[in-house]
Design a binder for this molecule. Sequence first.
Ligand SMILES: [Fe+2]
Length: 462
Amino acid sequence: MNMHATAERIASANSTGAPYVAGNFAPLKSEVTAFDLEVIGRIPEELNGRFLRIGPNPIDELDRVQLVRHHWFAGSGMAHGLRLRGGKAEWFRSRFVLDRDAARVLSRKPIPGPGEGARDGNVNTSLMNVGGKLCAVVEAGSLPVELDDELASVRRTDFNGTLEAGFTGHPKFDPLIGEHHALAYEPFQPVRYITVDADGRATTKARIDLPHIPLIHDMAFTQSFIVVPDFPVTFQPELSHTDFPWLWDEKRASRIGLLPRKGDAAAIQWFEAPRCFAFHFANAYDDGDLTIVDLMRHHRMFHTDQNGPNEGAPVLVRWTLHRPTGRLSETVIDDRGVEFARINGRYGGQAYRFAYTAYWGDDVAFGPSMKHDLQRSTTEVHDYGPGQMTSEPVFVRKPGATAEDEGWILSYVYDPRRDLSDVVILDAQDFAGEPVATIRLPVRVPFGFHGGWAPDKVTVVE
Ligand SMILES: [Fe+2]
């Protein structure tokens, strides 16, 4: 079918001409395996591991009714991985996360594990390491899926029975204790603060009862607090025109909470915040009486467009929370549209200087990557070339690094002229300079969400 022509008449379409299935939003039709990829430049020999990414990749052909109801965040996940070793790009693989839909369409045996019938939905948001196992994760109720080294789905997992309900698409690794922090939400359950230890055991540290059901996509942590967002996007299936039940609530205020890390939910300090929505936090840390929270602020979400996050360009802001008075003040760090912030993971929850983001303009338009110097209030831009579009830029430390920005920036970059993607490696200290290496992929990697670098000898997806 001609998806462009069909979708043009859909009012909520974004700039691609179709609601999140055209251009590089379109899913791949099949899995991919390729070896010995072409490299321009030199891949650093110290980069031994896999550069991973996951995003939604609906496996069913969508008819017109389904297109109108389709949301960018929906559909089976597809995991992509580029294997680097000794200066070579050994392989690239794209694999469906074998949920119910994918098993049916691909005529494969469904994966084993808990959750069947209740927590067995699509898993398409991020990847993490759980006790030495690579897992695809998603928010709002479905259980993670364990993947093998070549990205094949192995089983559903509830972390050996330690996960009492659903998980999150955004666990945050705490380098000082070697554990992940997570906030999980889903309809008709309290918001849960969970930690996942180095052995892959989840512990529910707090249950936060709220009178409404907010969408909590990401979280941040400091050395003393868990940052709990409570923005006015809530569960409102009765008002949704799509299969995605989370919508802007014009009547609801916006606030952000500091939950003591021990998990005393009664002791949360709430701060009134600007009316807005944020998917992602760059980082947070404590500074005396202040708690600093950096995030990408969308002025609202799922209001005019219910099919995707298309309410204008988000901006990188710093919220300074003054704990003695309960006041919040905002500073705009960069007023260009940016999203998908990443940092040097060693600085998670601590004072830091650099954040790396991807351009995000009106109508969900992607473009260059950016390096924000939060000390000097400057931004460097890396333009990958005419029309080229990156999404999440991932920072990988150089071995023995001492400076915060001593590392590489890896990202999947889409070239619309060739309709293919590259993995581009930048030197983070020469951000605007020529790439260190560009690896040509045999396919395009659809715009998707998150991933990271999985080094061979360390058990952390960063
Ligand atoms: Fe995200």
